[in-house]
Design a protein around this ligand. Structure first.
Ligand SMILES: NC(=O)c1ccc[n+]([C@@H]2O[C@H](COP(=O)([O-])OP(=O)(O)OC[C@H]3O[C@@H](n4cnc5c(N)ncnc54)[C@H](O)[C@@H]3O)[C@@H](O)[C@H]2O)c1
Length: 267
């Protein structure tokens, strides 16, 4: 359908932490299938290259770029490189995120700071440098990948993760109001329990769910969802596609929950 024809999309965290489909990788591929040229950023060069290879094999247009987006210098260079390559940025998808297990008593100060730098500061830095570009162009769409952990306790102790995502929601709303006059839309997606490599490989998640048994973790997560199963990376990618496209041109500052109904229920 070419819903993003003529647009340049920057996907930050466009690789996947393990084999299979993560949210960022599926989003980059979906954007390319809909006609966008995609600037695929990841701190893991091989992961970004893999996404670009998939897009190229399908006849799409993408470039891989290596950056640690928790660092201001890297983000400045990233934005300049995208402008040099494609001349504009219409869509920014802030997808990087890490989950560190632990309550406020358990988590170390260093881990707390690292989770904030990767999950929150990265999105602040990317928006800081991309919004002026979008404003000059006459508008753009920013998608911040949050989590239902920002609004619910999910039975897993990871307060740093939940707190960064809650702050991301309010950063999204505030920024949406402040840049609406420039036609820069800023929305958040709150994925629920998704079956992605990130969940499988996050230290401590399988341990917290099911004593380290990944298959038992998948079963436990499926059972929690009213629809009876977890979502996948394509569910997040399709939500991002809607928010990236002009079909959502009058929508800003929302939290789009993609969770099979889990946040509707108690327990
Ligand atoms: N999978 C779920 O169940 C779920 C649920 C809710 C929200 N989310 C959110 O979805 C997002 C991630 O999804 P994914 O499946 O693509 O994860 P992923 O870990 O597979 O991919 C994220 C990519 O980001 C990269 N990255 C991490 N830190 C970076 C940094 N500082 N600079 C540049 N790149 C960096 C990683 O190398 C990785 O390739 C996160 O924001 C996560 O919180 C996931």
């Amino acid at each position: 359908m070419q819903r993003l024809k003529g647009k340049t999309a920057m996907v930050v965290g466009a690789g996947s932490i393990g084999p299979g489909w993560g949210n960022g990788k599926a989003t980059a591929v979906t954007f390319a299938r809909e006609g966008a040229q995609v600037f695929c950023v990841d701190r893991n060069s091989a992961a970004a290259e893999e996404t670009v290879k998939i897009i190229a094999a399908e006849g799409g247009n993408a470039i891989a770029f290596t950056a640690d987006v928790s660092r201001a210098g890297d983000v400045e260079v990233m934005v300049a490189a995208c402008l040099k390559a494609y001349g504009r940025i219409d869509v920014l998808d802030n997808n990087v995120g890490i989950a560190e297990i632990g309550s406020v008593v358990e988590i170390s100060e260093a881990d707390w700071d690292r989770v904030f730098a990767v999950n929150l500061k990265s999105a602040y830095l990317a928006m800081k440098h991309v919004i002026p570009v979008m404003a000059r162009q006459g508008g753009g769409s920013i998608i911040n990948i949050s989590s239902i952990a920002s609004i619910r306790h999910l039975g897993i102790s990871y307060v740093s993760y939940a707190t960064t995502k809650a702050a991301m929601n309010q950063m999204t709303r505030t920024t949406a109001v402040e840049f609406a006059p420039q036609n820069v839309r800023v929305n958040a997606i709150l994925p629920g329990l998704m079956k992605t490599p990130m969940v499988e490989h996050s230290a401590g998640l399988a341990a917290s769910y099911a004593k380290g048994d990944v298959e038992a973790m998948w079963r436990a997560r499926d059972a929690q969802v009213p629809m009876g199963h977890m979502g996948d990376a394509w569910d997040v990618a399709n939500a991002a596609l809607f928010l990236a496209s002009d079909e959502s041109k009058y929508i800003t500052g929302i939290e789009l929950i993609v969770d099979g109904g889990i946040t509707l229920k108690v327990g």
